[in-house]
Design a protein around this ligand. Structure first.
Ligand SMILES: [Ca+2]
Length: 490
């Protein structure tokens, strides 16, 4: 994280002035930055400028620590396990504890509190969205020659106005759903169809994870040899509603003659009844497991598509969850403490990996910290972009990724986790308790009294950071979703 706490207020003010003086964010358009044509030559010298890597970010939704095979889970995730083993296992990858804020940090490199999108997620009737002034990763990648930039999956960054649409936030293609918790079979939420291709309603039939996978494979197959692509693939799996296809349920002992589990979550009932019963297994864990394995199968198809096109080695792939699992919805974060919606480790420490055969070590594990706001600067560093002209909170961890096995240096840098939690190196203050997560990753021993000085220091830092970061609280305005989740243009 940048030393944002040390910055003077005057610098911040200067930044704000400079930022708005730039006529919003659109300083450069994709068309201004066509990739350089490869240099052809008849000599033996290299005929092509090495191309920047294709970039794929695959995001799982509410996948917990104990929900991947390589962590010892009973859930089968052979493709995620293989990808993790081939690349670098990110053992200390952290994000926010819920969907919308986590996506904000991932795509902007900034803490969600700066954008007014900390805490709550964007529910169907919430008017907020990620402000168009924010600069998203695809917008900067456009300047780096990434002409095709797809978002395939769950958006969840605003749908009350067309200005929040992914096509107005740096992406050149969108396929999927605007809100969360969409029905996997009917693609409805609050009885309205939430499935789209670009701005148009899409009537594709099929299981959501399968449709997103097919679309991602198609995007890869149709990619050009002349320019690298960016694919952001936020699966809605394994988020509720718990719905799976029978072939995957059967892997986990599903018996169609036995009754389905009973849904006790009132919000799930309200949003998706009466079609919520589609695809329910005998238990929640069974259904959730089947959903994870279906997503894993999709990831396998995507990795195969890269192999078939012979671009696997120069494609940078990240896989991670957006937040921890919610045990009442079938997931598990064991042995970590806490769950989705909490700043405890179970809510924020996530399964994650990165693989880039041509640019990063393979078969490695990194125990150094890597947080969601670091993703943007790290990727930009890897594609050779050095200057980021606006304020971000993350920092590049590219150098760490090149030497993943070396021990982390002692660091005094802070990670702002939420309004109730902050971390400095190994020390984590959360909900008034202090833990040394290096030796106590399960947050079992509160050191508040034994390490009074450290506790006080973090408490003070949390107060300062909170005042600086949580600056854009907005009124909780609501609106009514339109027919087929159409985004109004006024
Ligand atoms: Ca989530």
């Amino acid at each position: 994280m940048q030393n944002y706490l040390k910055k003077h207020l005057s610098l911040w003010v200067l930044f704000v002035i400079a930022f708005y003086a730039c006529d919003g964010k659109k300083t450069t358009s994709a068309s201004d930055n066509q990739p350089k044509a490869p240099v052809n030559s008849l000599t033996d010298t290299p005929s092509k400028t090495p191309q920047k890597p294709n970039i794929i970010i695959m995001l799982a939704d509410d996948l917990g620590w104990n929900d991947v095979g390589y962590h010892g889970s009973k859930i089968r995730t052979p493709h995620i396990d293989k990808l993790t083993k081939q690349g670098i296992e990110l053992d200390r990858f952290y994000a926010y504890f819920s969907c919308t804020p986590s996506r904000v940090g991932l795509l902007t490199g900034r803490y969600p509190g700066r954008t007014g999108l900390s805490g709550k997620v964007i529910v169907p009737n919430r008017k907020d969205g990620l402000p168009p002034e924010e600069i998203l990763l695809p917008e900067i990648l456009a300047e780096e020659g990434y002409t095709k930039r797809a978002c395939i999956g769950k958006w969840h960054l605003g749908h009350s106005n067309i200005k929040f649409h992914p096509l107005n936030q740096g992406f050149t293609y969108f396929y999927g759903h605007y809100g969360g918790q969409v029905n996997y079979f009917t693609h409805r939420r609050r009885q309205e169809l939430d499935w789209h291709r670009n701005y148009e309603t899409c009537y594709d039939k099929g299981y959501a994870t399968t449709l997103l996978t097919n679309e991602a494979v198609k995007f890869i197959n149709e990619s050009s040899d002349d320019a690298p692509f960016f694919l952001y693939l936020p699966f809605n799996a394994p988020h509720t509603p718990l719905q799976a296809e029978e072939k995957y349920l059967k892997l986990y002992g599903y018996d169609p003659n036995e009754p389905p589990f009973s849904e006790t979550d009132p919000s799930a009932k309200m949003d998706t009844m009466p079609d919520i019963k589609l695809g329910q297994g005998n238990t929640k864990r069974q259904t959730y497991s089947a959903m994870v394995t279906a997503m894993d199968a999709g990831i396998g198809q995507i990795l195969q598509a890269l192999e078939d096109k012979n671009i696997a080695d120069n494609t940078l792939i990240m896989f991670m969850s957006d937040n921890g699992a919610y045990p009442k919805s079938g997931g598990s974060n064991r042995p970590l403490r806490g769950h989705k919606g909490q700043p405890l480790e179970g809510g924020v420490r996530l399964p994650a990996c990165i693989r880039w055969n041509e640019g990063l070590p393979q078969n490695a594990k990194m125990e150094k910290f890597f947080t969601y706001v670091d993703v943007l600067p790290t990727i930009l560093d890897m594609v050779g972009r050095k200057d980021i002209a606006h304020q971000i909170d993350g920092k590049s961890v590219y150098a760490d990724l090149k030497t993943p096995s070396t021990k982390a240096k002692k660091s005094d840098e802070f990670e702002y986790i939420s309004k109730n939690s902050i971390r400095q190196g190994r020390w984590k203050l959360v909900n008034g308790e202090l833990f040394d997560i290096q030796i106590d990753p399960y947050e079992a021993t509160n050191l508040k009294k034994r390490k009074k000085q450290i506790y006080n220091r973090l408490k003070k830092q949390l107060k300062i950071a909170k005042a600086e970061i949580e600056t854009n609280k907005k009124a909780d305005l609501s609106f009514e979703i339109q027919k087929e989740w159409k985004m109004p243009s006024d």
